[in-house]
Design a protein around this ligand. Sequence first.
Ligand code: THU
Length: 136
Amino acid sequence: MSSSEATAATQLWATLRAAAESAAEHAYAPYSGFSVGAAALVEDGRIVSGCNVENAAYGVTLCAECGLVSQLHLTGGGRLTHFVCVNGERELIMPCGRCRQLLHENGGPSLVLLTPRGERTMTDVLPDAFGPEDLT
Ligand code: THU
């Protein structure tokens, strides 16, 4: 990677982290007390984001990624290329297993995630995934 590419990547992650941090401020998490914000870049340059929304029936809680995917489709669809999620302390966190499946559906194996241990691809974090091609 050239130095200008590295600078662009650093700027992109900073922009996505800021969007995720902003989203986390809107989280509704009265039961866990654990706010989450997620943000992603779409292939056409849009940024989509989401926050977690909990429920008194704990099991129907919506993860931040659910809102992000809904906003993706609501604003025109397309493929996710880069993704990040943070907690209420602005720390990077890993997406849960179910949300990795959501991200795989909408970004595919090449989606890049910024994690607490650095950049990872979707294939790194969800190897041997079940996907749309398994239905054909
Ligand atoms: N949570 C997310 O929003 N996304 C994840 O990927 C991990 C977990 C939320 C769900 C719940 O509201 C809280 O974090 C604690 O599990």
